[in-house]
Design a protein. Sequence first.
Length: 389
Amino acid sequence: MKKLEDFADDINKCSKCGLCQSVCPVYKITGNDCAVSRGKFVMLDGVLKGDLKLNKNIEKYLDMCLKCGKCKDFCPSNIDVCEIFNTAKYECAKNTFHGKVEKFLESKWVFGGFIKFIKKFPLIRPSDTFSRHRGEGYVKLLYFKGCVNNVYPKTERALKKIFSHLNVEIIERDFDCCGLPFLSSGNMERFEEVKKYNLELINNCHFDYILTDCASCESTLKGYKNHSPGTTSHPLQQGARVKILNAAEFLVGQNIKFKFKFKKPVKVTFHKPCHLENDDFLKPLLEKCENVEYIEMKDYDECCGFAGEFAIKNPKISRAISKQKALNAVATGADYILTTCPACVMGLYQGFLAAGKKTPKIMNIIEFLSIAEILDLQSNAPAKPAVKD
Ligand code: SF4
Ligand code: SF4
């Protein structure tokens, strides 16, 4: 487990240029320098020098961060803020009463037990896993479906409906949470626990790609190799190339031979989750849709303001950021707001509630595609699902 002092060089790399202020969504709302990386680095530098203590006040500001990574993208010193803040948060909270309560709530007995229970009684029925014709180009996909799909498998159902037209096998394993909530709250022990468990399952499976439909799960799985190297021998940690793709990216890469026809013309806009590495799939995928007009919203790649624990600990700031996002979406006149992360769906709903505006349909892009009629590209006839194994 890394310690704050391991990041002393990175913290010192901050030149105090203040560029992070121009992009930080929390700074834009609060105007408080302690809310942005620069201010936090000043405090953490003071801690490392022994001038300050990691106390409640510093913890409050560490919690005042969406972990959106926007400041890292703009930082001339390229400092990985999230890892530093998570480690500082871990050191702040580990011996406090509230830190112990949080750990208990996130433990495998409470949080893990809840997920185990809900997997047995999801709010809607998940669809069956399938394997399709094993012809040329047959692809094995290890599906990491994420906690939200365990509770409410709407995106999972949509994904399986669309993927039934592909020459693929979807392999499922009893994965734990990807660990992002634990990482963000500084609960490093719990994060290491779920990471180890998930890596064992991945290690014991033969597949071509790991498939997700959640940008947060995708980025956390990709980040497994960056945390505590050496705790397992899996290639994800050794830095070998294990391809982790989101469902939309995979569809575009497959050069699909079908299209999505919507009955009536609809306008859509897209919110890019902070954890989504790139959205290159968006336009090619929408080009496969008939009767769909795409309108880009202002700051479409800026955080929705939700960020899990952030929304609970900073409700006013969270609502203010979400509200601005909703207003940007309203300005497009879109009927649908598409995204690729269930937490962002919640953030967008929060924004519309805060803005008092009529809420358009908000959903994962995969769910949106599943509403359409799936037609063969050449014949225009309904596309037939691939032959079952
Ligand atoms: S942009 Fe980077 S170097 Fe500049 S103040 Fe922010 S954290 Fe420091
Ligand atoms: S990660 Fe996002 S919210 Fe946190 S300091 Fe950087 S820009 Fe601000």
